[in-house]
Design a protein around this ligand. Sequence first.
Ligand SMILES: [Zn+2]
Length: 461
Amino acid sequence: MKVFSSLLFSFLCLSVCAQTNHFCGDVLIKHQLENKYPGINKVVDQTFEEAKTRSTSRADVLRIPVVFHVVYNNDDQNLSDAILKNQIDILNEDFRRLNSNANETRAIFLSQAADAEIEFFLAGEDPAGNPTNGITRTFTSLASFINISITDLLEALGECGSDFADPDVAACIDEFFAGSEALDLDAMKSDATGGKDAWDTNRYLNIWIANLGLEGLAGGDPIPFVLGFAYPPMEAPNWPEDIFPEDLENKDGVVLHFQAVGKDNPFAGVLAGTNDAGRTCVHEVGHYLGLRHIWGDGDCTVDDGISDTPTAESDSQPTIDIGGCGDLHSKDSCMEDGLPDMIENYMDYSLESCQNMFTNGQVNIMRSMLEGPRSGLLENQISSIQEATLEYSIFPNPTSGNINIISTDKIDLVKIYNASGQLLLSTKELNIDIQASKSGIYFIEIIGKQSRSFQKIIYSN
Ligand SMILES: [Zn+2]
């Protein structure tokens, strides 16, 4: 039995862990959406084409408020605030090209590598206007949101093949389980189905974190079925209203498997070494902002719609015999374009430690989506807030940590952000330790009944 188990595990790990190293549920969710809302993928493609030609006007840093919905069945799944904050840090590093491995981008791709000038912060205000830390926690009675047994999965893999990155395989697997509700990829997004209802998806990037794994053998770590998935931006003003039922809007956002969240997540399990750098979230937010897989989900004749990414015949999986990123660097699956495969790209499936860039073309799409179908997210952006009508003073400024606010108007809420726009603190107090960790510029937002104000604080320790 033990031999059988370990053989089974080897097979599963070959199918699920290695070959499908960074399997995201992108093709699977698109297949499900098309089944539910026929014609929708055409709308997604149309939205992408519009984003390419939209004339954008904003040159500033675009800041996106995030809410994490942790939906857990046990302590491992109930990830700490520290891991979630670390995930925000990784998003900010990678989208600002401040990642520590940015210097590993090969010279041939350096001119394409871009700072997206997009940042993320934990929402400081919930939809009702109350202070929040941007994290909700919901206990669920569901051990996993992927209700498939290993036996069923093996049967499906036998019938469909194991290359999850292939849209035909994903469609076959989806159909294999169709009707059983075993593969309802949206169940974690609703109170009624054991999950958590979204916050207004036009104003917040909702990121659900849940168990998307199969039960591990002999009670071990779960085996991830998918690491995550995202709804793509969709905008179809000329489509009949019933094409976009409210239900669809309420499911918009990103879903992450709990083991793939943050860097060095202590619960990474089988993902340790391949998918433990927090870049599943970066990849999925890329999808959420309109990006496609870098190999275009097809062979060399299929493109990802972005002109400065090279073509690739397939995704870049690490080999079992890992020789670091160097092994992947030799990959050149489509010779015609004269460039190796861009395994550095966050929208590939290569080792997370080898990923280090978005391209200018990808950045243009993402920023265009933020001025188009995703523009509601920027309404919470600090830089868009009107200058003060509030009367107040802050002292001392510069400060060594503590500040006082004096105002003749009533102040409802005070928020402190660091220079990259991360929310550090949200309080009703007027004598505040700004919780700075290093000398530099911080920002304070003061919110009154009818108005809000925003200004710099200098901290030196
Ligand atoms: Zn993907």
